[in-house]
Design a binder for this molecule. Structure first.
Ligand SMILES: CC(C)(COP(=O)(O)OP(=O)(O)OC[C@H]1O[C@@H](n2cnc3c(N)ncnc32)[C@H](O)[C@@H]1OP(=O)(O)O)[C@@H](O)C(=O)NCCC(=O)NCCS
Length: 171
C-alpha cells in the first residue's frame, strides 16, 4: 500500500508545485494556465487560505509528489469536486488512487453527500484512478469549458457515502 500524507498547500511547496505544474500532462489535463504568468503559483497557493476550498500537497515521507484540490465546496448542496496531479517523477505507484481515496474520506467526513471527479475523455490513467478509488462513471458531458478558449468532453465520475472501498492491507 502506498503510504502518503496530505498536508495543506503552503509557501514551502511552491517550488515543487511549479515543477509539477510545468509537466505537459498537468498543463493538458488541469486548469493550470499555459503559459503560467509570473507569480501565478504563489497566488494559487494563497487562494486556498482565503476561499472555501481545499488544497493539499501530497508527501511521500518529506518528498513532494503531487497536489490535490477541491473546487468551491457547496456547503448547502453538500457536493464537491476533487482534482489531483502526481509529479512526473512519482507516477505509477498508486499515489493518485490513495490520494483520491483519502480526500474522498475527508469529503464525507465534512458531510458531503456527493463527490465528483471530472476527467477528460483523453485521460485514461485518471479514469482508471477514479474507478480504482470506487467512483462510478456517469457519462460524458460534451464541450465543457476547460480554460481560456479551450473546451473539453469530460467524463463525470461520482461517489456517494458508503461506496468508498476499504484501503488494501499492506502486502
Ligand atoms: C493521472 C495521474 C494523476 C495518475 O497518477 P498515478 O499516481 O500515476 O496513478 P496511480 O498509480 O494511482 O494509477 C494509475 C493507473 O492508470 C493506469 N494507466 C496509466 N496510464 C494509462 C493509460 N495510458 N491508459 C490506461 N491506463 C493507464 C495505470 O496502469 C494504473 O492502473 P493500474 O494500477 O490498474 O495498473 C497522473 O498521471 C497525473 O498527474 N497526470 C497529469 C494530471 C492529471 O491528469 N490529473 C487528473 C486530472 S482529472
Amino acid at each position: 500500500m502506498t503510504t502518503i500524507r496530505l498536508v495543506p498547500l503552503a509557501e514551502e511547496h511552491e517550488h515543487a508545485l511549479l515543477e509539477t505544474m510545468r509537466d505537459p500532462d498537468v498543463l493538458r489535463f488541469t486548469r493550470t494556465p499555459d503559459p503560467m504568468p509570473a507569480g501565478w503559483v504563489h497566488e494559487y497557493v494563497e487562494r486556498f487560505r482565503t476561499e472555501d476550498r481545499g488544497g493539499w500537497a501530497i508527501l511521500d515521507g518529506e518528498e513532494f509528489v503531487g497536489y490535490a484540490v477541491t473546487g468551491p465546496i457547496d456547503r448547502d448542496g453538500l457536493e464537491v469536486e476533487l482534482g489531483y496531479a502526481v509529479s512526473p517523477w512519482a507516477r505509477g505507484r498508486g499515489i493518485a488512487t490513495e490520494t483520491l481515496r483519502q480526500l474522498t474520506q475527508w469529503a464525507f467526513d465534512e458531510g458531503m453527500k456527493r463527490v465528483v471527479a471530472m476527467i477528460s475523455v483523453d485521460n485514461p490513467a485518471s479514469s482508471r484512478v477514479a474507478r480504482k478509488a470506487g467512483y462510478t462513471f456517469e457519462g460524458v458531458l460534451r464541450s465543457m469549458h476547460h480554460r481560456g478558449d479551450l473546451r473539453e468532453d469530460l467524463e463525470s465520475w461520482s461517489i456517494l457515502p458508503g461506496e468508498l472501498p476499504a484501503p488494501h492491507p499492506p502486502s
